[in-house]
Structures are given as C-alpha cells and as structure tokens.
Design a protein around this ligand. Structure first.
Ligand code: AMP
Ligand code: GLY
Length: 418
C-alpha cells in the first residue's frame, strides 16, 4: 500500500511513522511534511495542504491507495469531497461533517438539540447583547471565536472586564477575522480535562485510549492557551467507567446525531472533555487527530494502523489493540514567545544523543541544518512503566540539551501524580 498524509506537523509525523510500521505499506508520502520527518523514511511532497487540485494529481500519479488528512483547515475546505469526487479513497470527514470543529456554534446547537452534555452557552454577533449576557451571568466565563483559530480563539475570562474585552476584540477588533465574526459565550466548567479520540466510519465508531493535553504555555497551567505543550496516554487515574459513560452519553449520540442531520462523519472524532461533578461534558469537538495527543496515543497502538484505516474505508470491522503496560509521555519544545510572536530560523541544538522518540513539527532545513520554522518545533516522547519514571527519563535526557531560543514545560504528566 502507498499512503499520502496531508499536513506538516508533529501529528502528521506520528501518523506517517505509524503507517510505515505496517508490513503492507511500501511508501508513505507527506504533503508537505517537514524536513525532520525524512530521518524516519517518510517521503516529502512539496504541495501545499490547501492545494486540492495538485494533491489529487499527485495521488493519481503515485497510485496512492488512500489519503489521510491530518489538519482541520483542508477538512473544513472540503478536501475529502474533492478527492471523493475524483474517485479517490481518503479518510476524513466531508466538509459538511468537519463543521463540528469548524463552527463552535454548530457544535453547541447540535449538542443542545441531541441533549449531549456540555456547558450552557449562547451565540452572539452583536456586542451590546453579548455584553449584557456577560453582565447577567458574571465571571468566570468563557468566550470562544466561532470559527477555526488554531487553538487560540478561546478566552477563559476571570473577570467581567476581561470577558467584555475579549468579546470586543473578537466582534469588532477583527482579532480572528471571519472566525471571530460570531462568538460563543459559555459557562465556565470545573473539572479535569481529557481527550477521547475515536475512529469513526459513519455509524461505526471505536474509542481510542484517552490522553491528557496541557494547553497552557507554562508550568502549573500558567500563561496563554496554546495548541498543546505536551500530553500523555493513557490517563490511568480517570476510571474506565467515566470513559464508558462518555462514550455512551457523548460519542455515540454525536455519531448518531451527525447521521440524523445528514452529515454522517467519517474520520477521527476528537472529543475534548471535562469531568465535572455531574459527569463528563464536552469542551470542544475536533474533526481530526489532536496534536500533541497523537504523538502519545498512536505509538501505543499494537495493531496495524494502515489496515485499520483500509478496513474502515471498506466498511470492514478493524482489529484495534493497545499496549496495556505503562504510559507514553510527550513534551513539546516551542519557540520562545509562542503562542504569540516568535522568531524563526533558529538552529536546533544537536539531538544525536537523544534516545527518546522525536516528532518534528515547525522545522525546516537550511544548508543541511535543521532550523525552527514555527511555534511548536518538536516533541520528545518516551514510554515507561509509570508517569514518574517516564518524566525522570525524559526530562533527564532533554534537560541536558542546550536549548537556546526555545522553551518547554517541566511538568507534563504531573497532574497524574497528585
Ligand atoms: P478549546 O479550544 O475549546 O478546547 O478551549 C481551550 C481551553 O480552554 C480548554 O482546553 C479549557 O482548558 C478551556 N475551556 C474551554 N471551554 C471551557 C469551559 N466551558 N469551562 C472551563 N474551561 C474551558
Ligand atoms: N491538542 C488539542 C488539539 O489538537 O486541538
């Protein structure tokens, strides 16, 4: 089998690497990928992820068996529809299903209609009405730009003033362009967050092991929200009964609701959940694998990933098994300044002594040297019997590297130890 992966980050590195483990796979191409992926035998294709026409031409010419879409932007733009209309096999939601991530307002309305547990919310386009709502409800309160905003369109406001500022910035300040033309204002929920990803083919769905992301930039969950600064899987201190409850009350009704709405979902359905006193509730849906969750979840898959996707595409029941022992921990190294402004083209330090897995994200090659090319630069992953052991081994190793111009959190996984 020959597979094409769309995307260029650490998530796509992990996806492509896992596909290459399959004995049935002869080649994995990534468009456009990044220079760091090549060390794992992944082949780069220099076509932008939003250039559907050229991607389709490549998939035909290279006789690709199926294409797998990593990021949300091409999904929201209808890449799956475009490939399918050319008779090509591709795994991901069509445009009308990817909207579950592309519009927070859509997701909230779906959940309301089908009684799927989530924070109480209202959607606004009008500043005055939004401000009234904030004043009525008080703080803390959560403000979300409606559209895609690379994980940065959410403000958890501690005060009414902060909430009002966020709404004004989104609705009039044009901070998120079209994505912010509507805002969802949502009740602040208290609890532990976890990510429950699922393989979905129309009415069939298969939950993966759960993971926990670390969204804030700095230790102890300080600093701005980012795309994710580290993760681990599984999350052993969240009981299987909670996961089962989430599957029953959230994943299953969502999959069914999408069919009912004429928006049948195929792809990876990512439920970002929070375990409240009254059970798990939805914080967000994504229509794709999470980054960095993928880098810690997929390495633990013990059955054949390429076969799973091939089976799902052909409506066969896939064999899905996971490593039962221990835990996998992943720590993101980011450019100083991320998620706000940062400098690119900073040379990466020598990583030749690293024994942990490296998944590259924002990197490129200049004169034979890897340099930074994005906010999240790479992720180190390591598996061990326990979180404490994985932390000790991973941090001992990476603390020895002289990172200049980059930062990482030192407490990934620590919540599990409390
Ligand atoms: P999102 O992009 O929707 O996942 O939101 C980013 C982060 O904001 C989440 O991971 C949560 O930590 C926080 N957040 C979002 N919505 C809520 C909420 N309703 N209550 C509390 N925290 C939230
Ligand atoms: N790690 C969160 C996300 O991928 O959206």
């Amino acid at each position: 089998m020959k597979i094409l992966v769309i995307g260029s980050g650490g998530r796509e590195h992990a996806i492509a690497k896992k596909f290459l483990e399959s004995s049935r796979v002869t080649a994995v191409f990534v468009a456009k990928g990044n220079a760091g992926m090549q060390k794992d035998g992944i082949q780069l294709v220099d076509i932008d992820e939003n250039n559907h026409v050229e991607l389709i031409a490549f998939a035909k010419k290279a006789a690709i068996d199926f294409t797998f879409v990593g990021p949300e932007v091409p999904l929201a733009a209808g890449i799956v529809d475009d490939f399918e209309s050319e008779g090509l096999r591709i795994f991901g939601p069509r445009k009308n299903a990817a909207i579950i991530e592309g519009s927070k307002d859509f997701a909230k309305q779906l959940m309301k209609k089908y009684h799927i547990p989530t924070a109480k919310s209202e959607t606004f386009t009008d500043i005055v009405r939004a401000v009234d709502y904030i004043e009525e409800n008080g703080a803390p309160i959560v403000i979300k730009a409606d559209g895609l905003a690379a994980g940065k369109g959410v403000v958890v406001a501690e005060t009414v003033d902060e909430a009002v500022d966020a709404v004004v910035a989104m609705l009039s300040g044009n901070k998120f362009g079209k994505s912010g033309a509507r805002v969802v204002i949502e009740e602040f929920l208290v609890g532990e967050e976890f990510s429950l990803l699922n393989f979905v083919k129309d009415d069939q769905f298969y939950p993966m092991i759960i993971a926990q992301d670390h969204k804030r930039a700095f230790d102890d969950d300080k600093g701005s929200n980012t795309g994710g600064m580290g993760a681990y899987a599984p999350v052993a201190h969240i009981a299987q009964s909670v996961v089962d409850d989430a599957v029953e009350t959230i994943v299953k009704p969502t999959v069914e609701a999408m069919i009912e709405e004429g928006r049948s979902f195929t792809g990876i359905l990512y439920a970002g959940l929070i375990l409240t006193e009254t059970g798990p509730k939805v914080i967000e849906f994504n229509a794709r694998f999470g980054d960095p969750e993928t880098q810690v979840v997929l390495p633990r898959l013990t059955s054949d990933f390429a076969q799973i996707i091939d089976d799902l595409l052909d409506n066969r029941t896939p064999e899905i098994t996971w490593e039962a022992d221990g835990v996998t921990l992943g720590v993101v190294v980011a450019s100083n300044g991320y998620p706000e402004d940062y400098q690119n083209e900073i040379p990466l330090p020598d990583l030749s002594q690293i024994t942990s897995e490296i998944y590259y994200a924002g990197v490129k090659e200049v004169a034979g040297q890897l340099v930074s090319n994005g906010g999240r630069v790479l992720l180190f992953a390591r598996s061990a019997k326990t979180i404490a052991k994985a932390q000790e081994e991973l941090y001992t190793e990476i603390d020895q590297v002289k990172f200049d111009g980059f930062f990482y959190r030192h407490d990934i996984g620590s919540k599990a130890l409390r």
